[in-house]
Design a protein around this ligand. Sequence first.
Ligand code: MN3
Length: 241
Amino acid sequence: MERRKFLKNLGMGVTAAFIAGKSIAGELTNSTNLNMEKFNTHEFPALPYSYDALEPYIDARTMEIHYDRHHRAYFNNFTAAIKGTKLENSSIEQIFAKVSDAGDAVRNNGGGFYNHVFFWNNLAPKSAGPPAELSAALTKEFGSFEKFRELFSNSAKTRFGSGWAWLYVTADKKLAVGSTPNQDNPLMDVSTIKGTPLLTIDVWEHAYYLKYQNKRADYVEAFWNVVNWEEVSKRYNTAVK
Ligand code: MN3
C-alpha cells in the first residue's frame, strides 16, 4: 500500500505516463494498480507518445537519448539509492520535503526521475493553449498570457548551467515562475522556490543540444508549440482546490 502511495504521489498527471505501459503479464493495466507494479518490478515508466511525436520542435533522436538513457539512469539510480531504506515506503513528496536529510544520490536522482516524468507529461504533439480558467488565472497574476510566457521563457533562458524552469503554485495558492539548478524542484526543502509544480522545461544541454546546439533560446521558443495545456490545467485545478 505504501509503495502504491509512493508512485501514486509522484505527481498529478504522472499517471498518464504509466497508462501506455504494460504490466509484466503483458496486458494493458489500469492506472489504479499499475503504479505499484511498476515500482515493485522497478519497471521504467513508458513515454506517453513516440520519440518523433514532438517533431520538429523536439527531435526524435534527442527524445530517445533523453528518455532512454538520461531519464532511465536517474530512475535506476534513484531506486537503487532508496532500496532497503525507510524512504522506499515514503511518497516522493515526503522524500522531497526532507531531501536535505536524504543525501545527494536521492536528491539528484530522485529529482531527475520525477522531473522528467513530469516534463514528458506536460508535453504533447498538439498544443491548444491554456483552457479558460487557467488562462484567466495567468492573466490575473502576470498581466497577460504573453507576459507569463515571456517571464517563463526568460527564467528558462537565464538559468545558469543545468536546471529547470517552472510554473508553480505557492503555499498561498498564487501562480509563480522560477527556476531550479541541477535536478532540484519546487517540492524540495533545499529549493529557493517552493510550491506545487504545474509546468516545467528541462534546460540541461542534453535536452536540446543535438538540434539546437548552444541556442537554448530557440529551444525554449519551440517548447511553446508542444505544451500540453490540458495537463497543466488539471494540475492547476488540483493544486488550487
Ligand atoms: Mn533531462
